[in-house]
Design a protein around this ligand. Structure first.
Ligand code: ADE
Length: 227
């Protein structure tokens, strides 16, 4: 999978994605990226990328012509998204859709955002990572990328890890335990791993995990059960 990032801060990429599982996958060429400096597509000698909003108001707006220049410089744009709190809220279903695209172009805004006309002219989909406001689209793009990369074939060691986790079946994941089987915490409380997990009866273990998943989802995220 290839990611194109249109940004005023190309140094933010690959950032944390250069480490750990995504970092190894990058070395193994399971994914790649091109970070385009939007400023390189400014027309004037001051390399202006933004201007004051028509109608007045706070902040600056990124210019449509400059962003379009950056967009058209790409040999293959693939699916194009713009990170914005106004967008379709990211969930695992959308991640799966995006991860199935060979090329994903992500426009990262700064300031008050981008001139609406460039989004309209190129049918750019807006995607939000949640109901809060970041200072720019780059951290949101890194989140989209991380969620996609871990779904690419051969990136996670074990495909079951991807299938069993939270949201892959629409529910939250059951709790996990490892050694020691009995642990005394700093308050002197003995905390033992549930017996069923130590009994070796896999049918019972699966039943217990499914119930934990369902109970956890019911109490923490009833909205997911309804869905
Ligand atoms: N840019 C600023 N806030 C954002 C959000 N919540 N999601 C995506 N992009 C953003």
């Amino acid at each position: 999978m290839h990611f194109n990032l249109l940004t005023l801060f190309p140094e933010m990429f690959p950032g944390p994605l250069g480490l750990s599982i995504s970092g190894r996958a990058l070395e193994e060429k399971k994914w790649s990226f091109t970070a385009i400096q939007i400023r390189d597509h400014a027309h004037d000698k001051h390399k202006t990328v933004d201007d004051t909003p028509f109608g007045g108001g706070a902040g600056m707006v990124m210019r449509a012509d400059v962003i379009e220049g950056a967009l058209l410089s790409l040999p293959d744009r693939g699916r194009v998204i713009y990170m914005s709190p106004r967008g379709r809220v990211l969930n695992q279903q959308l991640v799966e859709e995006l991860a199935a695209t060979p090329t994903l172009t992500i426009l990262c805004g700064r300031y008050e955002g981008v001139d609406q006309r460039v989004l309209d002219a190129h049918d750019i989909e807006e995607v939000s990572i949640g109901d809060y406001v970041l200072s720019g689209g780059e951290p949101a793009a890194l989140i989209v990328m991380d969620a996609c990369i871990r779904l690419l074939h051969g990136v996670m060691g074990n495909d079951e890890t991807v299938n069993e986790e939270s949201f892959s079946n629409g529910l939250l994941e059951y709790p996990h335990y490892t050694r020691p089987a009995e642990w005394v915490d700093a308050n002197g409380v003995l905390r033992a791993v549930p017996d069923v997990l130590r009994g070796g009866n896999h049918a019972e273990i699966n039943k217990w995990r499914q119930k934990q998943s369902l109970d956890l989802t019911q109490s923490r995220r009833p909205d997911l059960i309804k869905r």
